[in-house]
Design a protein around this ligand. Structure first.
Ligand code: GDP
Length: 299
């Protein structure tokens, strides 16, 4: 019997949640509490800016509402965090375009391949037919695996043996239109924001997709590993600068993620978080919900 995804999320974020919760146990509301809170938020990867913002807002709320006990301060912090993260909530809307064209990027190991499988399953559950462009032209074995996986799961996989990834993407869009599929997902090879030529290649893929269909890609997603800490924000900024992101998927939040980086993202670069990854299995993808997330983070 598998534990519920919320339990797995709670376990994943338990380091931060226990740090934060312990602070409030029997605490007096004094400078010491704020200092401890600052340290715990920084440890959670929230970063300086989000941490200061939360602390300032909390001090104000404590004063305005004349809060006298630690439990009430904790509830106030929870409310402020939910307010902070709520702008990141946005459902991925299907069926707006025929086909809906999505481009998916990320660094190696972020969970991109796993997430694409989960997304395809999500689309199918919503009665959307899916075509996948195997844009990761670097890894032949990965491509083969993808073809087999596609056949088994009723997903058309478009691939080219020695292809230019932009050409694969273009073909996929053409093919998606010709076959009247609902969703075209264009996978791209993993790359680091510091690999400038590969970032240029990503821009080119996006441009060429637009030549295949006006206004496409309609969604430009970045998959990030929830365990990368503050580096996740660097990735969001770099990929957003290069591509103009419309959404994020944050993976591995069931692992040992600290969670605070979502606050940093909300402050510095509020790209919507469409989904979070809460496990390795195909169904372990959940729409992001600020209240649920803060519930897991603060208990
Ligand atoms: P890629 O290099 O970005 O394509 O990464 P993969 O999709 O191959 O994933 C790398 C590893 O992370 C694999 O072992 C996946 O099973 C694992 N993984 C991906 N998403 C999640 C998640 O949400 N939770 C957990 N626990 N593991 C994940």
């Amino acid at each position: 019997h598998r534990r519920s995804w919320m339990d797995r999320l709670k376990t994943g974020l338990s380091k931060t949640s226990s740090n934060l919760s312990l602070l409030f146990v029997g605490a007096k509301i004094d400078e010491y509490l704020y200092e401890e809170l600052e340290a715990a938020l920084l440890m959670s990867d929230a970063g300086m800016d989000a941490t200061q913002f939360l602390l300032d807002a909390l001090r104000l709320k404590v004063k305005q509402d004349k809060l006298l006990d630690a439990a009430a301060v904790k509830v106030a912090l929870k409310g402020l965090m939910i307010d902070m993260l709520r702008p990141l909530e946005k459902p991925l809307e299907l069926g707006r375009h025929e086909p809906l064209v999505m481009m998916i990027s990320g660094v190696n190991g972020a969970g991109k391949t796993t997430t694409i499988g989960k997304l395809a399953k999500h689309m199918q559950a919503h009665h959307q037919s899916v075509l996948l462009a195997a844009g990761d032209t670097f890894r032949a074995a990965a491509r083969e695996q993808l073809m087999v996986w596609g056949q088994r799961n009723g997903i058309i996989v478009v691939s080219q043996a020695s292809g230019d990834p932009a050409a694969v993407a273009f073909d996929a869009v053409q093919s998606g239109k010709a076959r009247s599929v609902d969703v075209v997902m264009v996978d791209t090879a993993g790359r680091l924001p510091t690999q400038l030529h590969l970032m240029e290649e990503l821009k080119k893929i996006k441009r060429v997709i637009g030549k295949g269909m006006d206004g496409a890609p309609h969604e430009t997603l970045l998959v990030i590993d929830g365990n990368t800490g503050q580096n996740a924000l660097t990735q969001v900024k770099a990929f957003d600068d290069a591509l103009g992101l419309t959404g994020l998927v944050i993976t591995k939040l069931d692992g040992t993620a600290k969670g605070g980086v979502l606050a940093a993202i909300a402050r510095a670069r509020p790209v919507p978080v469409y989904f979070i990854g809460v496990g390795e299995k195909i169904e372990d993808l959940q729409p992001f919900n600020a209240t649920e997330f803060v519930e897991a983070l603060l208990g």
